[in-house]
Design a protein around this ligand. Structure first.
Ligand code: SF4
Ligand code: SF4
Length: 202
């Protein structure tokens, strides 16, 4: 769940139509038209500020909304056993926070996928989770999508849908190699599996 308090507004006088904003928007909410001016879809803009901070001519401002908007996916609408199974397959506890900017938890993203979302942009539009950080937010989303059997296509902007390998992706000959014993791969896996299996305080 996310509370939206601002949205992007473009000044057409200073917009030069470079499309930088299009490429960094996590929700595909800003588009440059045939007139070479960017316009914002206020239905889906989450006010994340990605476009504002990268516009080379400072043509974008975040303006305060008169009334805040709340967006999010109600995770109780998806089967809880399927949420738990999907999170476990992606090695997350359902209550794990995947995006520290918005506090979005694994169970909400899992529910969003189980209810039909198929891309990080769709998940961002529905849950408000950000996707611009290559370590903390896009990776867990990609791991959950992959665990759900979704084939990741090409990202629409400058985002990269490349999965960073985790401990679970290491081949056995690396894990078992005596020369690597100082890395504690197996002990780390065991601890993480305990975290994934731990019961939450619901
Ligand atoms: S980044 Fe700025 S100048 Fe470039 S298209 Fe978007 S609003 Fe216009
Ligand atoms: S980058 Fe963020 S602030 Fe800009 S249009 Fe997209 S969602 Fe809105």
């Amino acid at each position: 769940m996310r509370i939206i308090t601002t949205q992007a507004v473009v000044d057409p006088e200073t917009c030069i139509g470079c499309r930088t904003c299009e490429k960094v928007c996590p929700t595909e909410s800003i588009k440059v038209g045939d007139d070479k001016k960017a316009t914002v879809n206020l239905e889906t803009c989450t006010g994340c500020g990605n476009c504002e901070s990268r516009c080379p001519t400072f043509a974008i401002k975040l303006v305060a909304l008169k009334e805040k908007k709340v967006i999010g996916v109600d995770y109780t609408k998806a089967p809880q056993d399927q949420i738990a199974a999907l999170c476990k397959k992606a090695q997350f506890h359902p209550e794990a926070v995947l995006c520290y900017c918005t506090g979005t938890r694994a169970r909400e993203v899992a529910a969003c996928i189980l209810l039909g979302a198929r891309t990080p942009e769709e998940i961002s539009r529905q849950t408000g989770i950000r996707t611009g950080c290559s370590v903390e937010c896009i990776q867990p989303i990609l791991r959950l999508l992959t665990a759900a059997g979704v084939e990741l296509g090409k990202a629409p902007g400058w985002q990269w849908y490349g999965l960073t390998p985790t401990n679970w992706d290491l081949p056995n000959d690396v894990v078992k190699n005596p020369d690597h014993k100082k890395f504690y791969f197996e002990a780390d896996r065991k601890i993480m599996e305990q975290v994934t299996d731990a019961k939450g305080g619901e």
